[in-house]
Ligand binder design. Sequence first.
Ligand code: ADP
Ligand code: MG
Length: 255
Amino acid sequence: MLIILTGLPGTGKSTFSKKLSKKLWEKGIDNIILGTDLIREQFPQWSNEQEEFIKNSTDYLIKNALKDYTVIVDDTNYYNSKRRDLINIAKENNKNHIMIYLKAPLDTILKRNIQRGAKIPNEVIIDMFNKFDEPGTKYSWDKPDITIDTTKEINYNKIVEKILEIKHNDNKPFKKEKKEITEKENIIYNIDKITRQIMGEYIKTHKLDKENIKKISELRKNYIKSIKNKIDLDNYNINIVEKEFKKILNNYETL
Ligand code: ADP
Ligand code: MG
């Protein structure tokens, strides 16, 4: 199976990975820890041009290892797109996955960062902290199975139990539900959310009654249906959707 860790630098992912790896091994689960740092740290000097190679090589290693081992992905996995890609790697290989989110307050991770020599400047970590979308806040598939506050004691037995539960299903066929979370699904999710928000505001400001609410709910559904097949992934812009839907509502004449 694929164990996906996510969390800001200094939340304790690498420390956690090593302990978890041992505990799993004791339970008879052959596993390996992989992550971009493994490759990144082999360069004498980091540069941004290396990142694509680092990412591709790590993905390759993960895919290859998944054939024989449970893989623990020790990485920040900062963006939900990265987490989605990893989930898709698991699905493509018919493996189950579990997402574990490690967190700690900002002052704690800054303190830990300084203690280990601040290879990443504190300002960068502050910025990452402020811009971080907590896993699961935008998409339901992105909800962590386990969230760990690393300022508290970690109950490894409970975590291993949960992993074993999910791992158990690795060999059960789940081809039917094997479904990629595509860029398009993400977009549709966003469109659904934004139009729902706009509709909510519209209902409030226009103090609509039941009948009118029903009508504009239909308008929204039809609008989403109409654009579902027209989404151009390369030129998609949520702002246009927002404008279009607002225009539809503004043209609506209450009953
Ligand atoms: P990450 O891989 O998320 O960047 P590390 O595991 O390297 O984080 O941990 C960063 C620092 O925090 C290390 O100095 C480590 O000893 C310390 N640390 C990690 N986990 C904990 C914990 N649960 N409690 C206290 N300190 C921790
Ligand atoms: Mg680490």
